[in-house]
Design a protein around this ligand. Sequence first.
Ligand code: SF4
Ligand code: SF4
Length: 268
Amino acid sequence: MNNLSFYQKHKFKIWRNFSYIFFLLIFIFFPLFHVVKLDIAHGVSYLFGQEMPATNAFRWLILIIGGISILIIFTNLILGRVFCGWICPGGFFAQIQEFFRKKSLNPKTKKFSKIKYYLITGLVTTIFTFLIFNWITDLRAFFYITNPAFKPLWIAFAISFIIFYFEMFVADKWCRVYCPTGIYHKITPYFHFVKPVLVNKQECSDCKECIKACPMGLDPRKMAYINDFDRGIQACIECGECVDACVQSQIPKGKEPVLKFVKDIHNL
Ligand code: SF4
Ligand code: SF4
């Protein structure tokens, strides 16, 4: 058992990335194949491939926003912030950015390559902004100067780019502090059917690997007992990174992992 496989070490990371990629593909292909899309450049909208006037888009826009809000309340009620940790494309991009942020830090010199990080952030932001605009316009309109939407689109793109650049630049901190959806999560009713909890205090080596791994800056050993928007269970996105970290820390020492997803903390 000491020789852990890659899957055993990164079980939650692997499943979470599968989930993120699945929802990212939906996010890309739904507007691309006109399952649902507004095309302001040509004054039309689409629903399940059927073209209709752009004004009709408001109906399904309200439906989509309403549907996502209900989905969030529903998932929050059952599992907590799984939308942030397993579904949200913004959360996935923030995770990618966090990876680049760590890669920009030279482990030997401890120097942070700012230029490298600025450029990578610019590239990731450009991709993300185009993916968002793919919902509201035919992207080809960005390259046809004769289209009346050309100028307004580029102005809207520049404003959005600045906001998204900030989102990408701060990476995980966006989900922790600034994201409006994350704030909505914290204030909607929640019930965590399962949550990461320290199940055996005596066997914990106090290595703090779970704390280092937590993208929300929590202490996963304590947060389930804390009722607080920033330090408590409300902030946990149920990602399982802390559980993976404990497996990686404890098993090579010949010990059992002590941080696990459990249902009822009162029985501990
Ligand atoms: S406490 Fe664990 S499950 Fe919750 S956000 Fe932190 S790492 Fe993820
Ligand atoms: S990773 Fe596991 S052993 Fe290390 S401090 Fe966290 S709970 Fe304790």
